[in-house]
Unconditional design. Structure first.
Ligand SMILES: Nc1ncnc2c1ncn2[C@@H]1O[C@H](COP(=O)(O)OP(=O)(O)OP(=O)(O)O)[C@@H](O)[C@H]1O
Ligand SMILES: [Mg+2]
Lengths: 509, 414
């Protein structure tokens, strides 16, 4: 077996932060290598260095036996290294083939024109070869997240990548899509490609990887063959303590109805209904889960609840008052907290520091702003208390949001929203990108809210999470609630069918 | 340079600290002087003149760069330096010339220009913080100026005379200018917020509209009765802002400068210590996050342009009440210079207080060069352009480089 990538003593220092501290990593050719570690352990930084985005402060990069130093992603790509970031970089209105070949288009007429037909042919062949199953002529904006991700993989392969780096590729996928991705890994490694992927899900790492490397506080804790380890051992390596991997949901007396949604519908940009005729209610002391494949109207429904948009028809009643057309501002004031789906665009203002980000949504609350004047001392205290309670690292309120690792950004947002002392919490993917230790903590917080009589509406692509936390659970498909089920009683198969829009008993709805 | 060096350089500029930015700006200023010096020498070789202005290494040149830059910077301050003060030659005479008074007429011109540029610089900067590119400050200034002039002439007969009149008329004139400029700014604001019209285009068009309407008014209905040129009736004497310490004929008033400085401080306070400022900055940086936080981004856009227009209008009122004493066509391009002031200031109101004097010096110093040397005004214009270009360029790259890194996405990721 030959070594595809070897990182030797990599150190990366940011002002005030040692993100990587003498990290070693060896990846054999034709294998899948998982990178595990807590939030802020330095995984993304390490991969960005391998991909030429950052220059290491110290250390050696050896690819295929040659020592290399990549000055830019372009140089890394030329050396056969491709990276798929968590945020896709696709041009939405363009087709798959156009996106894949962008900047490296096949030419005709002696290089004078782009050969669109050849592009489609080549992309189709590549997709076929690696079992990616992507339609080259489909516009990217019509594709599900999973297929967009495969388009990114195609893009890397088209540019000749032999080593594929994926940063938390499964965080945005449904269990079904995760299965598909892992089988694509098999296809790729069968044909000699090498894969490095970052994940927080231990089960996935065990199932998909040949070898696993664990980072903690910027250092390598160890590398181990997936067959020789257990989830418990990995958790211990990552966190340094035992982690409870089960969710315990104690019985709680549900109170009055806090949220009643009646027959709401809203059209999508393309005219077809994004949410059609959805009704449900959530009670005090209850977690109401919404499961479903991403892109089936969950986002639009949540926007209707939080006041980012208003429904074309139907009504929403909160705490006895109609809020169908109430503004976002008004809903915040009424005690509706919201953990948004897109932390980079919505949840945080990236150039702001954490003090300023702690104020986001609170800027008109009397405890932080008096007669239009902001009390920065109070804001700073607020940010510090979120940082402390949610273990946000580095614990520095004047760090900018963009300098935080993905999981730490998420922890800060959850902390801020829960600190609002809400009556109703709407949480979308609250633990996306968060490590197991902090996930456990956030779950505990959600359950504590429930016990305190708060109503929680929870959307998550992690099935165990929605099932484990929810008292009742709706399954959404094509803008509709297919059914509302008891999460403890429903089987995995039944859920799968429901998420595909079918009733296990009754057939297509 | 390689790809990554450029990236690294751009990244350094984008994420530079305030101190680094000041140092970069000063270095750019120095560099522009060096390049300008070479340019002066070269053009001095290419022209013919009876006697050489300077001789370097035995070669005679028609223009002397040292004189030119001395006139530009020190001339603009009324020649404060003592010629005997030569620290590099080991002579430590008192640095300031005996008999130099800071209240000289060149200094007055410098500060006069500075005062107006503070307003226009703030106007552009405040809008820019809301991600609105207001090219229309010039038009807003013109509208503010003419409104202020007309309302003051109208108020004149009913106002009391003396100090009481000034105390009434000066605030009234400023208010009239601010309101008119603000309303004029509201037009592109509403068009952008509710009709999705690009503010760059609409504000440029509104500049023309303002200039043409003003021309029509002052050469017709509002023209001064006995005047041959296009100007309004003069504003009442009590409405012109009193000059303190400086000669009244210089058209400069310390009071107006104080108002400008206070306005800059107020803008800083507004942006950094109030809810409105926080919402404005948030929607400027990330509109989706602002909406998430309950900010009505449409209103913020309109609000920022109203504020921006009001600041431009204030500049216009100051121009009328401090400098010209009526409204006449041919308003200098304060509004456009305000764009460069704002870029150089990094859109920070406190930065405007540093950037505006530099432009004031350049304005005033060019006049000194024109009157005391044989250097053609065209060359002086080129030198001015060079300085502006060099000094503003790093900030320009900083502000647009930021977008580059954001679009890039891969820098900082989950
Ligand atoms: N551009 C930057 N400037 C300053 N600090 C940074 C920067 N990028 C990362 N860091 C810091 O480096 C450390 C490692 O971050 P990194 O993103 O590599 O973590 P990670 O292991 O990917 O975490 P996560 O699981 O949360 O994604 C963190 O403490 C982070 O705050
Ligand atoms: Mg990461």
């Amino acid at each position: 077996m030959t070594t595809a990538v070897q990182l030797d003593g990599i150190t990366k220092r940011f002002p005030g932060v040692l993100a990587n501290d003498d990290v070693d990593l060896t990846v054999e050719q034709g294998t899948v290598h998982a990178l595990l570690g807590e939030n802020g352990a330095g995984k993304t930084t390490l991969m960005n260095i391998l991909y030429g985005l950052y220059e290491p402060t110290d250390g050696r990069i050896v690819v295929d036996g040659d020592e290399r130093s990549f000055e830019s992603p372009r140089a890394a790509i030329d050396a056969g290294i491709g990276m798929i970031h968590q945020h896709f970089m696709l041009v939405e209105p363009m087709t798959v083939a156009e996106n894949v070949t962008l900047g490296a288009e096949p030419r005709k007429w002696g290089g004078l024109a782009v050969d669109a037909d050849a592009a489609v042919r080549e992309v189709a062949a590549l997709s076929e070869q690696y079992g990616l199953d992507v339609d080259p002529t489909a516009p990217v904006e019509t594709l599900s997240v999973g297929v967009q991700q495969r388009t990114e993989i195609l893009k890397a392969l088209y540019r000749g990548a032999d080593v594929l780096i994926l940063d938390e590729p499964t965080a945005v996928l449904t269990p079904q899509e995760v299965e598909e991705l892992l089988s694509i890994f098999d296809h790729l490694t069968d044909q000699g490609k090498t894969i490095i992927f970052i994940t927080h899900k231990l089960g996935e790492a065990m199932a998909a990887a040949d070898d696993i490397t664990v980072l903690r506080d910027g250092q390598t804790i160890g590398s181990i063959a997936a067959d020789d380890t257990s989830r418990e051992a990995l958790a211990e390596m990552m966190v340094g303590r035992e982690v409870l991997l089960e969710i315990e949901r104690p019985p709680v007396e549900t109170g009055s109805t806090l949220l009643t949604v009646k027959n709401v519908s809203t059209p999508s940009q393309r005219g077809v209904p994004a949410v059609s005729d959805v009704s449900f209610s959530a009670h005090a002391g209850e977690i109401f889960g919404i499961a479903g494949v991403d892109g089936n109207g969950q986002r639009e429904l949540i926007e209707l609840l939080t006041g980012l948009s208003t429904p074309a028809s139907g009504s929403i009643v909160f705490d006895g008052e109609v809020i169908t057309h109430a503004s976002r501002r008004e809903r915040i004031e009424r005690g509706i907290a919201y953990v948004p789906e897109d932390r980079h665009a919505q949840g945080l203002v990236m150039p702001f520091d954490l003090v300023e980000n702690g104020l986001l949504g609170n800027q008109r609350t009397s405890s932080f702003a008096n007669a239009g004047r902001i009390d920065w001392a109070a804001c700073k205290e607020h940010a510090s208390s979120i940082i402390e309670e949610y273990d946000v690292r580095p614990p520095n309120p004047s760090a900018s949001a963009e300098s935080l690792s993905g999981g730490n950004q998420q922890k800060f947002i959850v902390g801020r929203e829960l600190a609002r002392d809400p009556t109703l919490l709407i949480a979308t993917h609250p633990t996306r990108g968060v490590d197991i230790g902090s996930t456990e903590f956030i779950h505990e917080q959600l359950l504590a809210l429930r016990e305190a009589g708060v109503a929680v509406v929870l959307v998550s692509s992690k099935l165990d999470e929605v099932r484990g936390l929810s008292d009742r659970m709706a399954v959404m498909h094509d803008g509709m609630f297919v059914d509302t089920v008891d999460p403890d009683a429903v089987t995995e198969e039944e859920l799968g069918l429901l998420m595909a829009g079918e009733h296990p008993t009754g057939g297509e709805q | 340079m390689t790809d990554s060096r450029w990236r690294a350089l751009l990244q350094r500029i984008v994420y530079a600290s305030t101190f680094e930015r000041v140092v970069i700006s000063l270095a750019a200023l120095l560099l522009s002087i060096l390049v300008g010096g070479v340019l002066i020498l070269v053009s001095g070789r290419l022209t013919t003149c009876p006697t050489a202005a300077a001789t370097y290494l035995g070669v005679g040149f028609c223009y002397d760069p040292i004189t030119v830059f001395d006139r530009l910077f020190f001339g603009a301050l009324g020649d404060p330096m003592n010629p005997l003060f030569r620290p590099f030659a080991g002579e430590f005479a008192p640095p300031f010339r005996a008999g130099w008074s800071p209240f000289n007429s060149e200094m007055a011109v410098t500060l006069r220009e500075t005062a107006v540029l503070i307003f226009t610089g703030l106007s552009v900067a405040v809008a820019f913080r809301a991600d609105v590119f207001n090219i229309g400050t010039q038009g807003q200034l013109v509208v503010g100026a003419i409104t202020s002039a007309v309302s003051l002439t109208a108020l004149g007969p009913v106002a009391p005379s003396g100090i009481a009149g000034s105390l009434l008329l000066i605030p009234a004139g400023l208010l009239a200018g601010a309101i008119a400029g603000g309303l004029y700014g509201a037009i592109p604001g509403a068009l952008k917020a509710y009709a999705d019209a690009n503010e760059v285009i609409t504000t440029i068009m509104l500049n023309f509209v303002a200039a043409k309407v003003a021309l029509f008014l002052v050469s017709g209905p509002l023209q001064r009765a006995d005047s041959q040129i296009a100007q309004t009736e003069p504003i009442p004497a009590a409405a012109s802002i009193p000059s303190v310490l400086f000669d009244a004929r210089t058209g400069f008033s310390l009071v107006a400068l104080a108002v400008a400085v206070c306005t800059a401080l107020a803008c800083y306070y507004l942006l950094n210590h109030t809810t409105l400022g926080y919402e404005l900055r948030t929607s400027g940086l990330q509109a989706a996050a602002a909406r998430y936080a309950g900010v009505k981004t449409d209103r913020t856009i309109v609000g920022s342009l109203v504020l921006s227009g009001a600041l431009g209008g204030l500049g216009g009122a100051i121009y009328v009440m401090m400098i010209v004493g009526d409204f006449q066509t041919g308003v200098p391009s304060y509004g456009f210079d305000g764009i460069t002031v704002a870029i150089l200031a990094g859109s920070n109101p406190l930065g405007v207080l540093l950037a505006a004097p530099l432009f004031g010096i350049i304005q005033s110093g060019s006049i000194v060069i024109d009157t005391t040397t044989n250097v053609p005004p065209q060359l002086v214009d080129v030198l001015r352009g060079l300085i502006v270009l060099f000094v503003a360029m790093p900030e320009f790259f900083r502000q647009f480089g930021r977008r580059f890194f954001e679009d890039d996405g891969g820098e900082i990721d989950g």
